[in-house]
Design a protein around this ligand. Structure first.
Ligand code: ADE
Ligand code: ZN
Length: 357
């Protein structure tokens, strides 16, 4: 397939940076940069396995050569083993919020994987306390907003997921955790395995926000079954929805947002190039999507890098970028007041650039 490449001029880069952005697909454990990883390993006296790259440079080389999602996950779960104390989780999340703010990301909905920590003997209280304090401090220091979303690991039994949901009850009650997601190895673990987990949480908290990874490596029926069986209102990735006209029609009619992750899809060999993603098709069909970084420490870029990568492949104009930004706001789980504020900021930035782009 031949690819057109578009220039992302200095002016366009400035515009994309200023354009108010919302991030909906970000694993906090996936923001663990190698320098922090080695620092925490030292601080917590953790010896990484001999197969783990021993230097920052060797980590980067490893990150350029993931063969697929599972190959990445095998590394990612070892990497997160350096996270032990409340302070570690705080430092991790604060580093992300600092970078996201510098990129012009004004609202972040961030995932964490409690089971990846519980199985190492780290309590949910330690994890949530560190992460939620960082969320609070990001709001006060940067004026940005955020939501915490707990994910279940689909390679673990659903009974385990049920237990985690029970133990997180107080955090859902207090609104400290806002939603539920489903991640990890997709193809062998279809969404219907987790029907009971999602039903349990919905029965306790009917208004809870629900999402699931689907259609990253799995086919488009994973997206349909996440909607039908888990009753999610958002889909993480969902790129394989492109294979079904009727599904795209449904996503458009029901305004179900896909949280796309372009650089991740290239690094995990979902596509060979960002230009092969169906981003223009989704825009044309009215399928709402946002652009996200997934695991930026591993995939070579934060949210702005993903926006720039999309621009260099699709060359969107100001109106199209405005639509993408507004779709991200509409699909966010913040309140209507905050959405209104963000929409006004979008108008302001777009007016500033309308004559120069
Ligand atoms: N966990 C972290 N990143 C993930 C991804 N891209 N897909 C599934 N699970 C993940
Ligand atoms: Zn993800």
């Amino acid at each position: 397939m031949t690819l057109t490449k578009y220039e992302c001029s200095d002016c366009m880069q400035k515009f994309l940076k200023e354009l108010p952005k919302c991030e909906h697909h970000l694993h906090l454990e996936g923001t663990l940069e190698p320098d922090l990883l080695f620092k925490l390993a030292k601080r917590n006296n953790i010896t990484l396995p001999p197969t783990f790259p021993p230097t920052i440079e060797q980590c980067k080389t490893r990150y350029d050569n993931f063969s697929d999602l599972q190959d990445f996950l095998d590394h990612y779960y070892i990497g997160m083993s350096v996270l032990v104390t409340e302070q570690d989780f705080y430092d991790l999340a604060m580093a992300y919020f600092t970078k996201a703010t510098a990129d012009g990301c004004l609202h972040s909905e961030v995932f964490f994987d409690p089971q990846g920590h519980l199985e190492r003997g780290i309590s949910l209280d330690v994890v949530v306390s560190g992460l939620s304090h960082a969320c609070e401090d990001a709001r006060t220091s940067f004026g940005t907003t955020n939501k915490l979303i707990m994910c279940l690991l689909r390679h673990l039994p659903s009974e385990d997921g049920l237990k985690v949901i029970e133990s997180a009850d107080k955090y859902y009650q207090d609104g400290i955790i806002h939603g539920l997601g489903l991640d990890s190895s997709e193809k062998p673990f279809p969404p219907e395995l987790f029907e009971e987990c999602y039903a349990l949480l919905r029965s306790k908290f009917p208004e809870v926000a629900l999402t699931a990874h689907a259609g990253e490596e799995g086919d488009y029926t994973f997206v349909e079954n996440s909607l039908d069986k888990l009753k999610v209102t958002r889909i993480d990735h969902g790129v394989n929805s492109k294979h079904s006209e009727s599904l795209m029609k449904r996503l458009s009619e029901e305004q179900i947002m896909l949280s796309l992750c372009p650089l991740s899809n290239v690094k995990l060999q979902v596509v060979q190039d960002v230009g092969h993603l169906p981003i223009d098709l989704f825009l044309e069909r009215g399928v709402p999507f946002s652009i996200n970084s997934d695991d930026p420490a591993y995939f070579g870029g934060y949210i702005l890098d993903n926006y720039v990568a999309v621009h260099t492949r699709f060359g969107f104009n100001l109106e199209q970028w405005k639509q993408i930004s507004l779709n991200g706001i509409n699909g966010s789980w913040c309140d209507e007041g905050r959405k209104q504020e963000l929409r006004m900021l979008v108008d302001k930035v777009c007016s500033k650039y309308v004559d120069v782009l």
